[in-house]
Design a protein around this ligand. Sequence first.
Ligand SMILES: Cc1ncc(COP(=O)(O)O)c(C=O)c1O
Length: 413
Amino acid sequence: MNSYIEHVDFFKGNDPEELVREYGTPLYVYNEDIIRKHMESVSKVIEKYPYTANYSVKANTNIHILKIALESGINCDAMSVGEIKMLEAAGFPYDRIFFVPNNVSDEEMQYAIDRDIMISLDSLSQLEQYGQLNPGGRCAVRINPGVGAGHNEKVVTGGKKTKFGVPEYDIDKIFEIAGRYNLTIAGINQHIGSLFMNPDPYLEAVSNLLNIAKRFNNLEFIDFGGGYGIPYHKLDDEAEYPMEDFKERLLPILDKFVESYGKTPLFKSEPGRFCVAEGSVILGRVHAIKENSGVEYIGTDVGMNVLVRPSMYDSWHDIEILRDGKPVSRDNLSERTVSGNICESGDLLAKARLLPETKKGDLVCVLDTGAYGYSMCSTYNSRPRPAEVMITGDGKVKCIRRAETYEDLFRYM
Ligand SMILES: Cc1ncc(COP(=O)(O)O)c(C=O)c1O
């Protein structure tokens, strides 16, 4: 594909040069329609049985995006009190929030207890803590299903090598602690990891969790976690996550469970990336072109402070080069390395990437930055965080977060 942004009309007729004239670079630009489409898709993963998708807000906590989730009718997962507060501000009622933290303090746990927010305990130690704070309470337990998957070791959250969840061999201890504090274990949840394109490990983990679920009486809900991938190599025509095929294969597993369990719990999933990743690009300016020992460097202002995924996980983001607001043709490509403006040799957006000839003054358009993009931004090198704008359904441009100023860097000193 020559240009994804043209293919989907990402900017809906708005000129990217106009956007950056008004809001500066780097700039996060969101497309509301794409986000709505993905949120609608996850709300239909299971249609035969009671089901809710819980958007995992760590992927992107901008309140305007949370409001889209609210309107789409999906619920949300929060990992911290800060995320709960963002959801409160977006208008989420407490019964649409699931708190899935790990290693939290008494105060953080109490915050959820005081608001009747369902909380999942990630270890026996945290279950004990919950029992002490809220004897007689209703809660969930995160299970480690023994299966993991993900694009990088750092995002695999199931299996033997991770800090998350209670392993299956400790299930009896859950019952023992619950009995001691008169707790109702209302649900169990898991999350095997992030960004898989092949549903096999997820389906295996679903089967494992449902087998484990049979050991619990009267579960109200069972949550299979998130992790569905998106095609980050779309310029090379990578296929989408096979959602329809996945749904078809999931259903008989659920049918078998419901038949044997004797009651139908609410099923849940926890997608983050799938909801928002494709709904955003970053526009950045090319400020320098240089050569070093045969490598051409395209020097931009999209540093690792703006998008950390490439330097943290070696993640791939497709990049389009825009000149006068239009994508430069990809007919003639050669290897170029795209770097940011941070004083770190690892501050590289793309290494030896096939790109068209690029000039100082061009824009880079980094694709698929809606998940773990702004939410992982920092002010490293004392660079203020960028603005975020949304192209709304009717093609208008709405600023959904202003750019930080240099004054903002001094706010807490
Ligand atoms: C517990 C939990 N649920 C859901 C998610 C969302 O994962 P993803 O964005 O890959 O769907 C994460 C992300 O790491 C997570 O830790």
